[in-house]
Design a binder for this molecule. Structure first.
Ligand code: NAD
Length: 328
């Protein structure tokens, strides 16, 4: 490709990805399957890597999420809510492991493998054991205050079993069975259908009237703990156990793996049996267990160096994407 052709393609890909981000993150109404979006993103990443002089600070490759809606109060996250680097095959997982070992100088690393729930990331703040504020990830730096809607989710404790202060991060999602029922009811009423459970969950939580979220039977899995006061934890696995004791719903299908081979076995196992679950997962998140090692690895502008998301291979699906009105 000539230099002009590369510049033109990069611009074209950025325009496509910006538009798709807007549909996905602002309208909660994607027009293409995720795998197609991921292909554009991979192509842009490759072109920018090959032509570093053409990278810009506002490229979709360096940005997280989408713009925040004006209808909610804005919340600045204490620490940015980042995205995750991706792995698509065994080789990518081994590369990740190699980089982690090089970056830490450790010969042996324990990883926690978790299901990657396909919902939307939210951050929950607790003071004296009480839920005080919840926000969407937004653009990673600033999110939307959706506290009233989150209060309607029964899996989110309003009061913890201990009076601690903390920030919990996790995924709000709509179970597959609730999604099916919701769309059946909407079809009967002649209303537009939701494209998938993720968009139904996101659309429900970004409504001004909390009664709507309350009717939608949403749930929540917690997967991260930070700014904990009054207690100390040393590993991610320990943090998840503590969150469970404090009253949060943690996902039971997690495993601490001592080798990269064990990680790959976990990934293969769940890629096969993902359909037994009543919620959608789109991959496996692999995290360094030791919090001191996480800290020493740090983050890039877009994602932590201590975690990676293995994405399941694309499945043959025919999605019927229909307009979703924001205020339905
Ligand atoms: P990501 O989905 O690849 O990974 C980060 C997210 O994983 C976190 O924000 C969190 O919400 C989630 N997650 C779920 N389970 C987790 C766990 N156990 N631990 C930690 N995190 C967990 O990255 P992203 O930046 O959120 O979004 C990119 C995704 O959105 C891609 O899959 C992309 O295909 C899709 N997308 C699609 C379109 C489209 O038009 N179809 C547009 C934009 C984005």
């Amino acid at each position: 490709m000539s230099n002009e052709a590369v510049i033109a393609r990069i611009e074209e890909l950025r325009a496509i990805l910006n538009e798709l981000n807007y549909e996905y993150y602002v309208l909660d109404n994607p027009s293409v399957p995720d795998a197609e979006y991921d292909r554009y993103m991979q192509e842009l990443l490759r072109l920018e890597e090959e032509n570093p002089e053409l990278t810009t600070e506002d490229s979709p490759t360096v940005r997280v999420g989408g713009p925040v809606l004006d209808m909610f109060q804005k919340v600045t996250h204490k620490a940015p809510m980042l995205s995750l680097g991706n792995a698509y095959n065994e080789g990518d997982i081994k590369d990740f492991d190699r980089k982690v070992r090089q970056g830490t100088g450790a010969e042996h690393i324990s990883y926690v493998c978790e299901l990657k729930i396909d919902g939307l990331a939210v951050s929950l703040h607790y003071e004296n054991g009480r839920f005080v504020q919840g926000a969407t990830r937004g653009d990673g730096v600033t999110g939307e205050d959706i506290t009233s809607n989150l209060r309607t989710i029964k899996a989110i404790p309003l009061r913890l079993t201990e009076g601690v202060a903390l920030e919990a991060r996790g995924e709000a999602y709509m179970p597959k069975s609730s999604f099916q029922r919701l769309n059946e009811e909407r079809e009967k009423r002649g209303e537009t259908l939701f494209a998938n459970p993720r968009n139904a969950a996101a659309g429900s939580l970004r409504q001004l009237d909390p009664k709507i979220a309350a009717q939608r039977n949403l749930s929540f899995f917690v997967y991260g703990l930070s700014n904990l006061e009054g207690r100390t934890v040393f590993s991610h696995g320990e943090a998840l156990n503590l969150l469970g004791e404090l009253g949060f719903k943690t996902n039971p299908h997690r495993r601490v793996c001592q080798t990269v081979e064990e990680v790959i076995a976990f990934v293969k196992e769940w890629e096969e049996k993902r359909h037994v679950l009543d919620y959608e997962i789109d991959g496996i998140v692999i995290k360094v267990d030791d919090l001191a090692l996480q800290e020493s690895l740090g983050t890039t502008a877009k994602s932590p160096r201590w975690a990676v998301a293995y994405k399941f291979a694309e499945e043959e699906v025919t999605t019927k994407l229909i307009d979703i009105e924001l205020n339905v």
